[in-house]
Design a protein around this ligand. Structure first.
Ligand code: ADP
Length: 271
């Protein structure tokens, strides 16, 4: 708890009074601290790729006569720049989500959404020798921002691939669940990868939290992917669930309120 004291001296006739105000600053201080932490985190996270790009460029200049080295350092400069670019776009996405910027909500076909997400993951799954599988189309529809939902689903699939050994399967399934009597479409992304220890399962949704920083860097991770998924879920009146066991694998379940075809719900009830 934080209480700020203000003292004012007021005069009344020939008498002077000291008036003491107590101002409850707790919420204000908490918001300020979160903002400061965030800025410190962002600066720290961006310093790493910037530093790497500087060092790699120096190494490149020192080896201008050796085309092989130039190619080697050049490739790494590009990779770091891409990583930094990703981080900046993800930060922008996150700040839009947190600012509660009104999204473009429309009817979104869940089968199409999953098909598109799997399509864009094909190249990386082939490179990692991971099979992608989806169950039969189920004709489910949600109301939401298509781009945001696609980003969230992509993040889950990219992670499932990144944290799994070769020759395993990543599968995406969908079903209806009920939360507080309300039908939700639950999209589950399951991998047979390294899994997440119970102690870290809450924390993976925090900005910049990574179980293993070195590994996440290798996979080009920014530590923002799951924070974005969590905010997308919240913005849609849904939630994100996690089941995981180290050495066995993980299932992330993104649940979004179902859009019913008939008019069982009135318009304001959909979100
Ligand atoms: P990153 O860009 O590092 O992948 P995320 O926010 O997407 O950031 O994930 C945060 C951390 O959660 C990852 O660094 C990783 O340690 C862990 N993680 C995410 N998805 C998985 C998964 N499918 N299997 C195992 N660990 C995961």
């Amino acid at each position: 708890e934080s209480v700020r004291c203000l003292v004012r001296v007021v005069s009344h006739g020939s008498e002077r009074y000291a008036v003491v105000f107590g101002v409850d600053d707790t919420e204000h201080m908490r918001v300020e601290a979160t903002r400061r932490d965030f800025v410190a985190n962002v600066s720290h996270e961006l310093k790493t790729p910037v530093g790497a790009i500087g060092l790699l460029a120096e190494a490149m200049l020192e080896s201008v006569d050796d085309p092989e080295s130039v190619r080697h350092f050049g490739t790494r400069v590009v990779a770091e720049a891409v990583r930094m670019g990703n981080m900046v776009s993800e930060l922008i996405a996150l700040s839009r989500l947190q600012g509660g910027e009104t999204q473009k909500f429309e009817l979104v076909d869940v089968d199409e959404l999953i098909a598109d997400a799997l399509d864009s993951a094909t190249v990386s799954s082939e490179a990692a020798e991971i099979r992608l599988r989806a169950d039969e189309p189920a004709g489910l529809v949600v109301r939401g921002d298509r781009m945001l939902l696609l980003t969230a689903l992509n993040n889950l699939i990219v992670n499932a691939i990144a944290y799994s050994p070769p020759n395993t399967t990543v599968s995406v399934s969908r079903r209806i669940t009920t939360v507080d009597g309300r039908p939700m479409v639950a999209i589950a992304v399951t991998d047979r990868g390294i899994g997440i220890a119970a102690a870290d399962q809450q924390r993976v949704f925090e900005r910049f939290f990574r179980v293993d920083k070195a590994r996440s860097r290798l996979t080009g991770g920014t530590g923002l992917g799951l924070a974005i998924v969590k905010h997308v879920a919240a913005n849609h009146g849904g939630n994100i669930g996690l089941w995981s066991k180290p050495g066995t694998g993980s299932t992330f379940t993104l649940s979004i309120p179902q859009e019913l075809a008939d008019d069982d719900w009135d318009e304001t009830d959909h979100r």
